[in-house]
Design a protein around this ligand. Structure first.
Ligand code: CA
Length: 535
């Protein structure tokens, strides 16, 4: 410890000491601020090398493979627009009128990540997770909006996690929200999933035009209604590889209440069907609920302590997650399944009061923490030590390389394009694993906003959420604009998690460290030009 802390400030020393307790059984405690990184390959994001964590993870995977005879099943549940503190173990739950006992139990039995990151909105997050690449590289910068999704070609030219896991021998199933293009070739069953059952676009696309309080013209005028009906996707669709998905369950303002139940039924049926199969599976579930507007199942509507539809929906989602876990347990597969749960972005502030909560600044659409800090739980009973909590940096993009390592096929990570995803198996599986990610980058569309290293977040651009055009006034998703900031903004997220006090003058010594990380990231775009020019 003396050697590590020599020459460090008292504050950094305290951080190292705390981390030292956590890392007693693994690599020496990492101070991300000082950590050195290495590139695993020219096209890969630099990592903090943690050989003991890597060895412990390899040993854990080896033991699991010896016990089960194959690689683990991988379940990724992506909830929609759920706030960081809507979940009990993240400080909300009962405290905000929506108890989440199933999620809390899952977190208690595994790993809770307090600095996991999404992109600011649905489509970029989902694209990043499934490609391991920043949205500016894949070209999927922002959500497809009504009128765009049906023809959108989405992940065109990208290599998806599902495609690679299929190569690794996995059965691949997608269920629920897609929002990565509705054209036939862009649908999940045609970009690596064997089978798809879900909604191709965003929840509100099915309902917003039907709500008289939102759009009375479309509801009440027969001609406008006919126009609206012609443009929209009709409901849950289903399909298998090689064909377009077809309508399986029409959605309207009444039937939408049953969509998450339908999706969960399909997930639990899929899990049950895998019971005696020899090969592992990848199950990707995007829930509908919690995205505005909120339509809880009749059994929970008005029954959460908070009583708002959003609160009811959180209670329902918690129940649905419980059903998926129970299906894994009942079919004897829970012990060989890693379950990851996260939100695709922060809460939607424009729909207040019927929306989620976050202790951080701003919400969906924003690169402030409220927009991108996602509540993430990782569980694999018997392999991931229970009760772990880590503030190590994790980006949902890391699911890509991590999953391929879990599958024993790290060699499948593409070499012909830049991969931002970091293999975090050591972080997840070592008893006191630490994150191999040193830098988190903040992007909105194709604007590189800034980066976080350790507790320091440096922004070169500011995102102004109070536009004259926006309603409510603080409205990052609908009407934000960006400006460059002279000298940049520096936040210390440990003393100022709400990002209320930019500290650039006080933190001059640390700024060059984060700025250097930004420059290193920018250099990757010279060697690997992005699909969309950077602004
Ligand atoms: Ca979302």
């Amino acid at each position: 410890m003396k050697r590590i802390t020599a020459g460090m400030s008292a504050f950094a020393c305290a951080v190292a000491l705390t981390a030292g307790v956590a890392a007693a059984q693994g690599d020496k405690p990492v101070d991300g601020f000082l950590a050195k990184t290495t590139r695993p390959a020219p096209n890969r994001e630099p990592v903090i090398d943690l050989p003991q964590d890597r060895a412990a993870a390899a040993a854990a995977l080896g033991r699991a493979r010896a016990r089960f005879g194959r690689a683990p099943n991988i379940v990724m549940i992506l909830v929609d627009d759920v706030g960081w503190s809507d979940i009990g173990v993240f400080g909300g739950g009962a405290a905000v009128g929506s108890p989440t006992p199933n999620l809390d139990r899952l977190a208690a039995g595994g790993l809770r990540l307090t600095s996991a990151y999404s992109q600011p909105s649905c489509t970029p997050t989902r694209a990043a997770l499934l490609t391991g690449r920043l949205p500016v590289r894949s070209g999927l910068l922002r959500p497809y909006l009504p009128g765009e999704n049906n023809a959108a070609t989405g992940l065109n030219g990208e290599v998806t996690l599902a495609e690679l896991l299929k190569k690794a021998g996995y059965a691949t199933q997608a269920i629920g929200k897609w929002h990565l293009g509705g054209a036939e070739q862009a649908q999940p069953q045609n970009v690596g999933f064997d089978d798809y059952y879900g909604i191709l676009t965003s929840s509100d696309d099915y309902t917003a035009w039907r709500e008289p309080w939102r759009n009375p013209d479309l509801v009440n005028d027969p001609d406008r209604r006919a126009w609206a009906e012609k443009g929209e996707t009709m409901g849950i669709v289903a399909g298998k590889t090689g064909a377009a998905a077809t309508l399986a369950y029409p959605i309207d303002r009444d039937t939408i209440r049953f969509v998450d139940e339908k999706l969960t039924d399909r997930a639990t049926q899929f899990i049950a069907s895998r019971k005696n199969e020899k090969n592992p599976f990848f199950l990707y579930v995007g829930t509908r609920g919690a995205h505005f507007d909120n339509y809880p199942h009749p059994q929970v509507a008005g029954k959460s302590p908070g009583r708002y539809p959003y609160k009811d929906v959180i209670v329902e989602l918690d129940h649905r997650v419980g059903q998926v876990v129970e299906a894994l347990k009942a079919s004897g597969q829970l012990d060989n399944t890693i379950v990851m749960i996260a939100s695709d972005n922060g809460p939607m502030l424009e729909t207040f009061p019927d929306t989620g909560t976050t202790p951080f600044r701003s919400g969906k659409g924003s690169i402030y923490e409220g927009g991108v800090r996602t509540p993430m739980i990782v569980s694999w009973p018997g392999v991931i030590a229970p009760g772990r909590v880590s503030d190590g940096l994790f980006d949902l993009m890391d699911v890509f390389a991590t999953s391929l390592s879990l599958a024993g096929r790290a060699d499948l990570v593409p070499t012909d394009r830049y991969i931002d995803s970091i293999d975090q198996t050591g972080f997840f599986l070592a008893p006191q694993g630490q994150s191999a990610r040193r830098v988190e980058y903040y992007w909105v569309n194709n604007i590189f906003m800034g980066a976080r290293v350790a507790e320091f977040k440096y922004l070169m651009h500011d995102q102004i959420t109070e536009s004259d055009d926006s309603w409510p006034r603080s409205s990052p998703f609908s009407a934000a604009y960006t400006t460059s900031v002279y000298g940049g903004k520096m936040f210390d997220l440990y003393i100022d998690p709400k990002e209320e006090h930019a500290l650039a003058p006080l933190k001059q010594p640390q700024i060059p460290v984060v700025a250097a990380a930004v420059q290193a990231q920018l250099a990757t775009f010279k060697a690997y030009p992005p699909k969309v020019p950077i602004r």
